[in-house]
Design a protein around this ligand. Structure first.
Ligand code: ASP
Ligand code: MG
Length: 406
C-alpha cells in the first residue's frame, strides 16, 4: 500500500467521457489498496478562454481579479471528478487551493508556494476518501486567491506530493513520457525509462515542454519521484528522479534544441575594464535574460562581444545597445535571428572525456558551422544556422547511440 498523488492535465479531463476515464483510473489505484490524492487542471482550452475573456473586458485587468477569474477552470473539474467518483460508489471530496490551503506569496499570476498544511487531506485519507485538489491555485496571507503561472498544476501536484511525503507523483499528460528528443524531428527517438532532475531541467529549459520547469525544481529540492505518463493506456512512462549509477553509464541522454534565441554582436569594443558591465547593465534593468556570452580579444586590442537573448527581445536589445556602442567607441552592432541552439545533455558527461570532440566532429562531417559554444557539467550547446537545426539534431541523435533499434 502506498500514498499515490496523481495529476491529470487539461487533455485528460477535456470532456465528460475523459473525466469518467480518469475516475476509472483513480478508482483502480484506490482498489489496489493505495491512498489516492488527485490534482486536476481545467478542461483543455478553458484557461485560455478565461484569459481571453479578461482581455476582452479591459486591456490591463488587475492581477488580483485575473487570478479570481482564471482559477475557476479548476473548480469545475474537481467537482465533476469528485461527483463521478461518488456516483461509482467511492467516497471522494474536492478542495480548492484556498481550502487545503495551499499558501503562496502574493505575486498574482506567478505566485510561489510557501507551505501546505496536510491536516485536512490526512484526515480524509484516514477515512478512506479519495481527495481531489484543484491545481494551479493557492491563497495568500490576506485570503486572496492566487495562481501559479500557466502550466502550474504540475507544480501543485509535486508540492502536494512533497507535503504528504507521497511515494510517487504520477503526472498524466498528453505525451507518454520524456523522449531522447522531439519525435517529430527524429522518428527514431526513444522514450526514456528514467531521467535525472538535472537532465530534465536542461531538457525543459531547452524546449521540451513536458513539465512546468518549476515543478522539476520543486521535485529536486524535496526528492519527489515524478512519473510522467499518459492516461490513455497503461504503459509505464518516464521516471524523473535522483541521479543513479546506471544513468552515469550513459554518455548522452537527450538532445534538445531551441529556435527562440537571437544572436547579437557588439564589434570592435575597446578592451578595457568595465565595458562588459556597461553593455549588460541596461539589459538587466530591462529584465532581458542573456543566455550565452562569448568574448574574444583580437590582436588590435579590440574585443568582439557576442551573446544570445530571446528572439522576442531582439529589437529592444538593439535599441538599448546601439547608442551605447557608439558612446564606448565600438565599431558597430550586428544581429542574427536565424540561429538555433542545439544541446546534448547527460549526467554521464562529467565522468567521460571526449564528448565535446565527438559533437563537433559529427557536426563538421555534415558541413554545419558552429557559431558559438557553451558548456556546463552535463550539457554542451552549439549555436548553428537555424536551417541546420533538424539535421544537427538527427545526426547527433544517431552519433550518440540514441536511435531506437528497429
Ligand atoms: N489550467 C492551467 C493552465 O492552463 C494550469 C495547468 O493546466 O497546469 O495553464
Ligand atoms: Mg501542462
Amino acid at each position: 500500500m502506498a500514498l499515490v498523488v496523481q495529476k491529470y492535465g487539461g487533455t485528460s479531463v477535456g470532456s465528460i467521457e475523459r473525466i469518467r476515464n480518469v475516475a476509472q483510473r483513480v478508482a483502480e489505484t484506490f482498489d489496489q489498496g493505495n491512498d489516492v490524492v488527485v490534482i486536476v487542471s481545467a478542461m483543455s482550452g478553458e484557461t485560455n478562454r478565461l484569459v481571453a475573456l479578461a482581455n476582452d473586458v479591459c486591456e490591463f485587468p488587475s492581477e488580483r481579479e485575473y487570478d479570481v477569474l482564471v482559477a475557476t477552470g479548476e473548480q469545475v473539474t474537481i467537482a465533476l471528478l469528485a461527483m463521478c467518483l461518488e456516483s461509482m460508489g467511492y467516497k471522494a471530496k474536492s478542495y480548492l487551493g484556498s481550502q487545503i490551503p495551499v499558501i503562496t506569496d502574493s505575486a498574482h499570476a506567478k505566485a510561489r508556494i510557501q507551505s501546505i498544511p496536510d491536516t485536512k487531506i490526512r484526515a480524509d485519507l484516514a477515512e478512506k476518501r479519495i481527495v481531489v485538489c484543484a491545481g494551479f491555485q493557492g491563497v495568500d496571507e490576506f485570503g486572496d486567491i492566487t495562481t501559479l503561472g500557466r502550466g502550474g498544476s504540475d507544480t501543485s501536484a509535486v508540492a502536494i506530493a512533497a507535503a504528504l511525503k507521497a511515494d510517487v507523483c504520477e503526472i498524466y499528460t498528453d505525451v507518454d513520457g520524456v523522449y531522447t528528443t522531439d519525435p517529430r524531428v527524429v522518428p527514431a527517438a526513444r522514450k526514456l525509462d528514467k531521467i535525472s532532475y538535472e537532465e530534465m531541467l536542461e531538457m525543459a529549459s531547452l524546449g521540451a515542454k513536458v513539465l512546468q520547469i518549476r515543478s522539476v525544481e520543486f521535485a529536486k529540492k524535496y526528492n519527489v519521484v515524478i512519473h510522467v505518463r499518459t492516461s490513455f493506456d497503461n504503459r509505464q512512462g518516464t521516471l524523473v528522479m535522483k541521479e543513479d549509477a546506471e544513468m552515469e553509464t550513459v554518455l548522452v541522454s537527450g538532445i534538445a534544441f531551441n529556435k527562440d534565441e537571437a544572436k547579437i554582436s557588439v564589434l570592435g569594443v575597446p578592451d578595457q575594464p568595465g565595458i562588459a558591465a556597461q553593455i549588460f547593465s541596461p539589459l538587466t534593468e530591462a529584465n532581458i535574460t542573456v543566455d550565452m556570452i562569448i568574448q574574444n580579444v583580437s590582436s588590435d586590442g579590440k574585443t568582439d562581444l557576442t551573446f544570445t537573448v530571446p528572439k522576442t527581445d531582439c529589437k529592444k536589445v538593439l535599441q538599448l545597445i546601439e547608442p551605447l556602442a557608439q558612446k564606448i567607441g565600438a565599431r558597430g552592432v550586428s544581429s542574427d535571428t536565424a540561429i538555433s541552439k542545439v544541446s546534448i545533455i547527460g549526467v554521464g558527461m562529467h565522468s567521460h572525456a571526449g564528448v565535446a570532440g565527438q559533437m563537433f566532429s559529427t557536426l563538421s562531417r555534415e558541413g554545419i558551422n558552429i557559431e558559438m559554444i557553451s558548456t556546463s557539467e552535463i550539457k554542451i550547446s552549439c549555436v548553428v544556422n537555424e536551417k541546420y537545426t533538424e539535421l544537427a539534431v538527427r545526426v547527433l541523435h544517431e552519433a550518440f547511440g540514441l536511435d531506437r533499434a528497429e
